[in-house]
Design a binder for this molecule. Structure first.
Ligand code: PLP
Length: 386
């Protein structure tokens, strides 16, 4: 499996979660699209891109259990969150509800947007170890008549937990509150059925666990919200189609949603067009059996490290997929990350949540058990117990 990737052979790469890793054949597919683009950039970007992007969206939509008309490509999940946050017509006194497990950049986006409108951004503490019912209840009881949106991750960033999304969406909808899901880590990592899930908005990265080229992600929105979404960059889609046709299909699109959000000025769409190749790679090499093996390796490592330090894991096996937060005694997280990388050539992030510290292990199909063992050995040998 490792031969499909260009990862440094000197490195123990246990951080697929941060930026993914793109297989050689997917990079080749992207380069082939770039080559086609440069044969006649005007033909490719101006006249063919709308059709090509639609085909790419159809492949992606089938993979995530959605309809192609309900999703658009965005460069990353941060952009997806920003589009939804900035489109929300908040009033002074309104509230956006979230958890204390969210990704810092997206917290920042919500804090900024709420401040602009005199609204507040409230992060509900989620008790750890995660108790799924308790988590749903904590969020449910925090909803109020002023809640305009519930925003939360599908798979959390520093703690790698899979949140009980279906139940939370149901609870929010029962009180008329729309839900935005930050699924940055979900596509290719856990099975997605976005139509069945029914979240109002869902943004997911293709460049992490789906192993697509960097800068590929999507924003999915239920159709009743399409006309309310504003692009972060206003471009041709706001005028083309209202009589302002420029002759380039790329600028038009078949719906307001597609027109506003698909074209944000000239950019390289080759990564999005190669998402189909990433899906094929995923089907061929990263199927359920491989992912189950990775999950089992991650869970065994979590149990060993937790047992060694006498620190309880923050979730049960069902609360994780291929990422696991290995609980380590409180430490200088950056110093530990630097030591693991500099001395042991292990690329792995060290995270903090409150006063807990974790080594966030990612196991992807290209990882060997010996690599995970090496990390566990180093941690248990070198870190002081408690
Ligand atoms: C939960 C979560 N949301 C959003 C992001 C941001 O992803 P991107 O940088 O691709 O926008 C991350 C990145 O790790 C994340 O973990």
């Amino acid at each position: 499996m490792r031969e499909h990737f260009t990862l440094d052979p000197e490195l123990i790469f246990l951080n697929h979660g941060s930026f993914g890793a793109c297989p050689i054949e997917v990079m080749q597919a992207q380069h082939e699209w770039q080559r086609q683009m440069e044969r006649n950039p005007v033909e490719f970007l101006g006249r063919r891109s709308a059709t090509l992007l639609r085909q790419a969206r159809e492949q992606l939509a089938a993979f995530v259990g959605a309809q192609a008309d309900h999703l658009v490509f965005v460069p990353n999940a941060t952009t997806g969150v920003n589009i939804v946050a900035r489109s929300l017509a908040l009033q002074p006194g309104d509230e956006v509800l979230s958890t204390d497990l969210e990704y810092g950049a997206c917290d920042a986006a919500w804090q900024w947007v709420c401040r602009q409108h005199g609204a507040s951004y409230r992060r509900v503490p989620i008790a750890l170890p995660l108790q799924r019912e308790q988590c749903v209840q904590a969020l449910q009881s925090a909803l109020s008549p002023r809640t305009r949106m519930l925003y939360l991750s599908h798979v959390t960033s520093t703690t790698a937990l899979i949140l009980p999304l279906a139940e939370i969406v149901q609870a929010a909808h029962a009180q008329g509150v729309p839900v935005l899901v930050d699924g940055a880590h979900a596509p290719g990592h856990i099975e997605l059925e976005l139509d069945a899930l029914g979240a109002d908005f869902y943004t997911g990265n293709c460049h992490k666990w789906l192993c697509a080229p960097k800068g590929t992600a999507f924003l999915h929105a239920r159709p009743e919200h399409h006309e309310r979404l504003e692009a972060t960059v206003v471009s041709w889609g706001y005028v083309a189609g209202d009589g302002g046709h420029t002759g380039f299909d790329a600028y038009t699109g078949r719906s307001v949603f597609e027109r506003r959000l698909q074209w944000q000025g000239t950019h390289d769409i080759s990564g999005c067009l190669a998402v189909g190749a990433a899906i094929e790679f995923h089907h061929r090499h990263l199927g359920p059996a491989v992912r189950q093996r990775c999950h089992a390796l991650a869970m065994a490592a979590m149990q060993r490290v937790a047992g060694h330090f006498g620190l309880p894991p923050i979730g049960a096996a069902a609360d994780f997929a291929q990422m696991a937060p290995l609980p380590v005694p409180p430490c200088d997280t950056e110093a530990l990350r630097e030591r693991l990388f500099g001395v042991h050539r292990i690329e792995v992030p060290v995270t903090r949540h409150g006063d807990r510290c974790f080594v966030r292990l990612s196991v992807q199909g290209y990882n060997r058990p010996s690599e995970v063992d090496r990390l566990v050995d180093v941690l248990t040998r070198e870190l002081p117990r408690g």
